[in-house]
Structure formats: structure tokens, C-alpha cells
Design a binder for this molecule. Structure first.
Ligand SMILES: *Cc1c(COP(=O)(O)O)cnc(C)c1O
Length: 307
């Protein structure tokens, strides 16, 4: 969030306007509500699975297109090149949250995005033992953030944590290869399972934006899967029955982590708002780790049997 807030406070001023996905990492959404209240920077939230919706939201004061792809937690895909083309036509800056994909799978800067943010807490660190953020992009943006927003708001990384992130990145490629292959195998298995009502994974042909993902994620589709087991009771029973997987709210570590959104991260949110955001009663967010895939399949299968 330090990287995200630094990017936004560097690029947008009071009276200017942002267009962002309607469904994305919830704290970014909440932060954009906060900057409207506190600083008079408005955001229009659009269905970002169709790039044309960014065009429809443009105002004379639009300064920034925010992109997150795949999104947290529904792994929705935005066509990065299409959004960049629109932004360039209108002199608008683009920033992409590339946390779920990582640079191993997807490189938004090469697709024309002006700046990229990562929660290094997730795959870059990779071991669920640090919190950190990264902002990369043109010298102009990054230097302005370093000497402005970062300094003023105090979002600076501690040296020991920076060292841990650098150490984590040394094995990023190895880890991502395994995250990608484990997740694809598990997504296919879940898709065939009678207790699973829906599986969301950009690597499946059934994903509505699979073709876009295939084009812009040359390294693979990542380790994040959404699955719907149908009800709050089924979601809780499943989540409480895993043994190898860990029940927790973070993601992107070497260990498989899952959470039941309706009873965990989204429990404080009124049911109707939660459903409007696409967080259904039985939604499980699964961060597939690097364990032996057969062990993972066995654990998930025995937990599905408990529903
Ligand atoms: C976790 C996450 C963040 C926030 O990261 P922190 O390191 O917890 O501040 C931002 N974007 C996405 C997509 C995330 O998953």
C-alpha cells in the first residue's frame, strides 16, 4: 500500500480524476474512497474486463488509469495494451498492479504502462515473512515518488526487509514455474470436481478473458485460483478441513494458503455489497504453493469430501 499510495499521490492532484477497476484488491478500493474524502480526488470504478469501459469514464480532468490484472480475488483479466492505447490517445497516465502475475509471467512496462506496483509481501518476497512494496517505471515517476510522497508519508522500507525481498527475488523464476504448473493442474482438477460450482483461473479456456491472458502473460497464469463451493457453510467446512494447506489471508508464499472470503476478509462487509463485488458465499481464494502437486490434490480432495 506504500507503493500504491506513493504512485497515486505522485501522479494525481486535488480536482483530478482516476478510472479504476470495480473489482480489485479491496484496500486499494478503500484507499481511493479515502483520497476522495480527504483530498478531493475522484475515482470512477468500471468493469475493467472490457477496456472500452475506461473510455466511457474519461472526463476532461482524468489523469490516471489504474489497472490490476489478474485481480484480487476473482482473477479477472484486463487487456493492458488496449487500456494503454486508450490512455495514450487522451494523454492519461497508466499504472498497473502486477502483484498476482509477477514480472515472471507478465511485464506491463513492455506493454506500454507508465509505472508498475507490486506487493512484494506476496510473490517477490515469496516466503510469507515480510511486508514491502515496489514501484517501478520511468525515472520521472519513481524519483518524484521517492523524494515526495514516500518521504512525506513515511512509506520507506527497512534495510533488512529490502535485503529479504532481494533474496526472495533470486528464486522468483523457479518458484513461479512451480506455482504456474501446480495451479494449472489443480484448476483442471477442481473444474472436474462435482462439489465445485465454478473455478476461476486465467489459464483455463473457460475463463472469459483467457485469450487476452494468453497474449499478455507469456510466462504463465500464476498461482491464484478462485473456486466457488456454493454456500457459506460449504466454504467454511472446506476451509476448516484442509490439512496440508494453510488457512490464512495472505498469498504468494511457497506454502499453499487459502481463505474463505465471506467469513474472513469480507465478513465485515454487508452481504449485498459483498455479492455486488462478486464475492459469492462459497468463494474460496486459493494461493497455490510449490509443494508436491499430488499432495496438494489429495489434501484438497479430502477437504471437498467434508462438504
Ligand atoms: C496484498 C496486495 C496489495 C497490498 O499489499 P501489502 O503488501 O499488504 O500492502 C496490493 N495489491 C494486491 C493485488 C495485493 O494482493
Amino acid at each position: 500500500m506504500a507503493a500504491i499510495s506513493a504512485a497515486i499521490f505522485t501522479l494525481v492532484k486535488t480536482g483530478e480524476h482516476i478510472v479504476a477497476p470495480r473489482s480489485m484488491y479491496a484496500t486499494t478500493t478503500n484507499f481511493l474512497h479515502h483520497v476522495k474524502e480527504q483530498f478531493g480526488i475522484e475515482t470512477t470504478f468500471v468493469d475493467a474486463t472490457n477496456a472500452e469501459n475506461y473510455r466511457a469514464a474519461i472526463r476532461p480532468e482524468t489523469k490516471l488509469f489504474w489497472i490490476e490484472t489478474p485481480t484480487n480475488p476473482l482473477v479477472l483479466i484486463t487487456d493492458i495494451e488496449a487500456v494503454v492505447a486508450l490512455a495514450r490517445e487522451h494523454g492519461i497516465t497508466t499504472v498497473a498492479d502486477n502483484t498476482f502475475a509477477t514480472p515472471f509471467n507478465q511485464r506491463p512496462l513492455e506493454l506500454g504502462v507508465d509505472a508498475v506496483v507490486h506487493s512484494a509481501t506476496k510473490y517477490l518476497g515469496g516466503h510469507s515473512d515480510l511486508t514491502a512494496g515496489v514501484l517501478v517505471g520511468s525515472r520521472e515517476v519513481v524519483e518524484a515518488a521517492r523524494h515526495g510522497a514516500n518521504k512525506f508519508y513515511g512509506g520507506n522500507i527497512a534495510p533488512q526487509v529490502a535485503w529479504l525481498v532481494i533474496r526472495g527475488i533470486k528464486t522468483l523464476a523457479l518458484r513461479m514455474e512451480r506455482h504456474n504448473s501446480n495451479a494449472l493442474t489443480i484448476a483442471n482438477m477442481l473444474g472436474d470436481h462435482p462439489k465445485v460450482e465454478a473455478v476461476f483461473y486465467p489459464g483455463l479456456e473457460s475463463h472469459p478473458n483467457h485469450e487476452i491472458a494468453k497474449r499478455q502473460m507469456p510466462g504463465g497464469y500464476g498461482g491464484m485460483i478462485g473456486l466457488d463451493v456454493g454456500s457459506v457453510a460449504a466454504g467454511k467446512a472446506f476451509a476448516n478441513s484442509v490439512r496440508l494447506c494453510t488457512l490464512a489471508t495472505s498469498l504468494g508464499g511457497v506454502e499453499t494458503i487459502l481463505q474463505h472470503s465471506a467469513s474472513m476478509t469480507h465478513a465485515p462487509i454487508p452481504c449485498e455489497d459483498r455479492l455486488n463485488a462478486g464475492i459469492t458465499d462459497g468463494l474460496i481464494r486459493l494461493s497455490v504453493g510449490v509443494e508436491d502437486v499430488h499432495d496438494l490434490m489429495a489434501d484438497l480432495t479430502q477437504a471437498l469430501d467434508k462438504i
